[in-house]
Every structure is written in C-alpha cells, then in structure tokens.
Design a protein around this ligand. Sequence first.
Ligand code: AMP
Length: 629
Amino acid sequence: MSVYSEFYQRSVEQPEAFWAEQARLIDWQQPFTQVCDYSGPPFANWFVGGRTNLCHNAVDRHVLTRPDQNALIFVSTETGQERCYSFRELQAEVQRMAACLLALGVQQGDRVLIYMPMIPEAAFAMLACARIGAIHSVVFGGFASGSLASRIDDAQPTVIVSADAGSRAGKVIAYKPLLDEAIALATHKPGQVLLVDRGLATMAMTAGRDVAYGPLREQHLHTEVPCVWLPSEHISYTLYTSGTTGKPKGVQRDTGGYAVALAASMKHIYCGQAGETYFSTSDIGWVVGHSYIVYGPLIAGMATIMYEGLPTRPDAGIWWSLVEKYKVTVMFSAPTAVRVLKKQDPAQLSRYDLSSLRALFLAGEPLDEPTARWIAEALGKPIIDNYWQTESGWPILSIANGVERKPSKFGSPGVPMYGYKVKLLNESTGDELTGANQKGVVVIEGPLPPGCMQTVWRDDARFVNTYWSSVPGKLVYSTFDWGVRDEDGYYFILGRTDDVINVAGHRLGTREIEESIAAHPNVAEVAVVGIADALKGQVAIAFAVLKDTAALTDTALALKLEGEIMKRVDESLGAVARPARVRFVSVLPKTRSGKLLRRAIQAVCEQRDPGDLTTMEDPAALQQIRDLL
Ligand code: AMP
C-alpha cells in the first residue's frame, strides 16, 4: 500500500486517532474530550469539549514567534496601494477593528455582515469577529442590492461593515448606494453600519446608523481586545451559496474543526511552511477567500497576499511580478483566470523569477486539459487541481503531496482527500458504483470531516433535506456533481446534477437569475441555463416568454428588452449573474406535469442530444430554441 493510501485508510478507519493527531497543529486553550460526536447523524460535532479561537491561531500565536514577519500583504493595482502588515501589526489592526465592533454593541454570537472590496479592513473585520466570537457573514462585493438584501434578512446582522467603493479595471464601483438600497429592501434593519472610507466615492451617511471607521479606529488605537476562548462547535461564520431553489443557503461552519482542517490542509495538500508567502487570487466573498486568503495561510504562519485588481492590468505579468517580489511559494487561482492569461503574451510570465514557486493550485470549476498544459508549460511548475465546495471548506479531491508525491492526471482533480469517504452512486437506484469508469453522483458518507459545514444557518431541516436525502434510505451527503473514477482511483468531475451553474468559477443558481428576470413587467416565464463557454467555463443564457409578444418578430424591440433585462439582473443580483444572452420564445420546453426541461434546453444549446423527450408537453418548444441559435 502506498504511503498516501495508508494515510487515507487510517483517516477513515480510525478517524478519532487520525484527527486527534491533526488537532495538535493548532493551539487549544482547553483540550477536547471527544474527537467526534456523531450521535445525531448527519450532524457531526468535532473536538467536543475543546476551546480555541481562530484569530488566536491565525494571528496571536505567531506574534509570539514571528512578530515582525509579514502576515498580510495588500496590493491594489486599482488604487496603486501596496502595504505589508507584520503579524504584530495585523494583531493591532484586528484589535482596533474588534474594539470598534464591541463599541457598536456586537456580542458573542451576533452576526456581522461584511460587504467589502478586497482591502485589508475586510480581513481585519473577519479576524476581529473570530476574535470576539461574533459570526461573520461575508457577501461578495460583486453582488448587488437584491442579493445583499436577501442575505441581510437571513443573517440578521447586528452590524454591517462596508466601504465607500471598490474598483475594477480602473472604474470605481460605489458600494454604499447598493448597501443603502439593500437595507431599504430588507426587512431586517442592522443597528449600525461601519464604513471604511477609501476616498474613492462620497458616502451619504445615515445619522444614528452609519459610523465612519477611521475616527472610531483612532479612539481605539491602543485598546486591547483579548481572544475569547470559544467552544469548538461555536459558529465562526456563515457564507451564502446558491442551490436549486432561489433562496441562498447560509453554509454554517464551526471553529475548532475548521481550524484543524485548514491547518492540516496547509501541511498535507498545499505544503505551505511558516515564514513563506501564499498567494490566492480569489476574493474574500468566496469560500476560497475565507479558507485560503485569510485563515489557512495565517494559521500556518505564512504571509498571505490580498490582491485587488485584474490579472492583466497593468499587464499580464502583474501576478508573476508579485511572486518574484514576495517570493511566493504556493499560489492558488481559478481556471478562468488562467484562460484569460492564455490570451496574453506568454513572455509576460517568463519575465519574472518564479524560482520560489513550488506549485500552482487551481479550483472552483473544471480544469480543462489545454488550460492545464498551457500554464504548466508557461510556468514550468506543477499544476494541482483541487475539487471542493463552499460546503466542504477545504479540498474533497486533490493530491496530498505533503503526505506523498503523486502524479496529477490531466482533467482529474485527483483522489479523495483524507477524512472524506467519497463514493459514486447510481442516480436512479442509489447503488454504489464500485467499478472503474462508471458515471454516478459524487457523494460523501458521514460524518463529514472537520471543517465541513455544520448545517444550514437556522435551518437544520434544509440541511438534511437538501444534502442528505437524495438517495432514499441512505444517509449520504450529495455534492450534486457527476463524476467518474478511473482504474487508478482518480476522479473526474462531469458537471452539476442540479440547477447550479459555474460562471468563471462563480457559483450561481439559475433559479435566482430566473426570479430576477421574471420581475420584469413584460416577462411571463423564463428559463435560465448554463452553457459551455471557452473562456468562462459556462455562461448563463435566458429564454423568456413575453406577455406582449411583439418582440418575437421585432428585432429592435427584442434588443431593447434584452438590454432592460440584463440591467435588471445587474441591479438586483450583480453583473456576475448577468446572462450573456436573452432570447425570446413563445413557449418553454416542459414536461406534461409542467416541470421546466432545463437540461434539454442546455443540451440543445450545446448541440448535444437532449435525451428522452417522451414526457415533453410540446416538442416544438425545443425546435424554437434550436432555430434561435
Ligand atoms: P463553490 O461552492 O462556489 O466552490 O462551487 C463548488 C462547485 O464548483 C462544485 O460543486 C463543482 O461543481 C465546481 N468545482 C469546484 N472545483 C472544481 C474542480 N476542481 N473541478 C471541477 N469542478 C469544480
């Protein structure tokens, strides 16, 4: 048996001993008495009885051993700012932010919603919450007021932390008006809004509610706020993600299990060492940003780069210049970003000394072979795919080179990571597929390992019904991804089984986009599907049935309507969710029972066989879509 196979077997056969060992990678104020309580499946409680703190493990413990080493490196090619914070400085800034939150009345267990661009204060706010036991809920800055409002209502934050503006490609994007609109739309009203003024856009301040961060921080320059020792199962954060229904789910995560999972992944998967620099190009609004911009690298005692800007501005060499300058050893990005770079001159990459870099990890969407080959050759470094989800918090499939060096296979994110009992099930029978090269649904047998979601925020029933009920009679967690496994045990991910689409690595629910479009006064009905795109992986295409059908024959009117609908999606959900095209039809393909045949529409758009259409109400509906393409 290979070294990794033994390691993996131990993790699933003797999980208590395995995870107790991994738990030594972090500091505990009080040791745990039980490794895993799985007495109420599918709910798993890790490190029961233990007390720890994420901020202590990410910041304070390193202040004792490496106070002057870089901890957070902020680079904005949008504003031209570049600033390094040592662990000592990071600790001071986090305490100032924590003091401000306390001054605004935030208590342990309260939610703090963070709607921020990629600026250091966003990381300070997350760590400050972890420090005082408040639950952060970061909402991606690219989301607009409608998305933000639904998250405000679900999280019910005491305080919202935001900023005047973000910037993209040199264009200032004001956040404050979007936030004001979202608060107006939301039923829940936060007590206070803490605002960082970057000097990019003017902010209309609401008296009695809005508080400027700068002056309040000045009052707390020297306030000491100790880390609160929290029970392992204390909720550290919720992060919203899209599913089949329009209502986003608050993925809820614990404290102790998450800290252990991240520390272990930094060692076994990413192979990052204390004192080195980690560069993840994601955004704090996504799970990668939580796990591998903020918490993971810092827990490992690494410096982490927080980057605001595009990969191609001022030129395609920018990321690689940072690798050279800060001697980055581990880098993490998404296939879409690489496909963007691929269109640029490869000389931009080779201009820089990349000798510090050991590997580039890519995740968030399928990594196609041409993209993987191109970047592997351009960098001359190993490219390591890793497959996971907001729900898991850390890789489900990858290669654990820190345990044993194993080759990657093009097109495969790798093998099950320790702790995950990954299986493939037949979609209709629920039987396990044990042979090679059989397509099935990727599921995980409980208990989910440490670091994975505890439940859906305030909705245990939704957690059970959504994730654990897809196979009647079997309590397994569904990833909602199709997969196959080859004879060597490597998995290949073949897309989602549900209505989630993945645009440029961003996970979007087609139902949310449909709801936003359906609010247009002239839209009677709409179907949104994700179709393959060479650059973004997938793009959303909307097919709408109109109340006033004039646009079906009037091209100018159709164009105008398409623009209106796109604008509506921009305004309610954000430009990330905007469909690439909106097309008008007289009828949508449905089953006789009225279910939208999204997969058949998708297949037709991708020029594939739409499959069995015997249950279809009106076969001409698909023909109409074919004719439009
Ligand atoms: P998110 O929760 O936003 O991270 O999205 C998770 C989903 O993205 C997964 O369920 C997959 O559909 C897809 N995904 C993430 N990483 C990969 C990968 N390495 N290969 C293929 N699909 C991936």
